[in-house]
Design a protein around this ligand. Structure first.
Ligand code: ZN
Length: 242
């Protein structure tokens, strides 16, 4: 049975994902709860999601998706949104990726880093994507890198970014969540944040579930694992204390 995440342990959160919309498939419900409680939340996306809209070439889709991400972040109280320069669909796991994430961790200095799921299959059985696997794995490693001054020494020497120790790492979504965040009160914020991806959602196939339906399934499903009837919606997290 997952435990409630101890939110008294952090006042600053960094969410690291591959694409615009990755945070909005559930995690943004927890973000809304955190920002409403006064916690500072920052987003770092490694790409602009420019390969994510089939009818639009990347040069057109990238700026649209960046704008949609800024709008969806604002819905849940986040104004600090940064984008990396990796190519959507072609993110490679490796030292440059780890360095980019470690740099952002040292810049933001969060207590909690939320990384993306890097396993092969989601709870529903769907296969995960290459970009998610690379970014999720690199985030786990970058949390360690950020705290070690002898890895990426250039971050100190050239950018003045000194080591930072993250106290908690969480992975979301997770089919094997150790913890949960009760988002029963912020479900509507999550729906609005996903709906803010207007052009992206419009280009999805007609039989793809609408944001409310999809989030009801994801967050409602996670709530069932909690086993408390008062928790109607939950975000599931795999939590590692460091
Ligand atoms: Zn994605």
């Amino acid at each position: 049975m997952p435990e409630p995440l101890d939110e008294s342990r952090f006042s600053s959160v960094l969410c690291v994902v591959a694409h615009p919309d990755d945070i909005e498939y559930g995690l943004s419900a927890a973000v809304a709860r955190w920002t409403q409680a006064g916690t500072k939340v920052t987003y770092f996306l490694l790409t602009r999601g420019e390969a994510g809209i089939d009818p639009l070439p990347p040069a057109e889709a990238g700026p649209i998706r960046e704008e949609e991400e800024l709008a969806s972040a604002a819905v849940v109280g986040v104004t600090d949104v940064h984008f990396g320069t990796h190519r959507d669909g072609a993110i490679e796991y490796g030292l440059p990726l780890r360095r980019d994430i470690a740099r952002e961790i040292r810049r933001v200095r969060p207590d909690l880093v939320v990384g993306t799921f890097y396993g092969d299959r989601y709870a529903g059985g769907q296969l995960n994507q290459a970009d998610h696997r690379a970014v999720g794995q690199a985030t786990v490693d970058a949390v360690a890198d950020a705290g070690n001054r002898w890895i990426f020494e250039e971050l100190v020497a050239q950018e003045g970014l000194h080591p930072w120790k993250v106290t908690t790492l969480a992975i979301s979504p997770s089919p094997t969540g150790t913890h949960y965040v009760d988002v029963s009160a912020t479900f509507e914020d999550a729906v609005a944040s996903l709906e803010a991806h207007t052009e992206y959602n419009r280009a999805l196939s007609a039989d793809y579930p609408a944001p409310r339906e999809l989030l009801g399934s994801i967050l409602g499903g996670a709530a069932q694992a909690v086993g408390d009837p008062a928790v109607t919606h939950a975000v599931s997290l795999d939590v590692f204390e460091r």
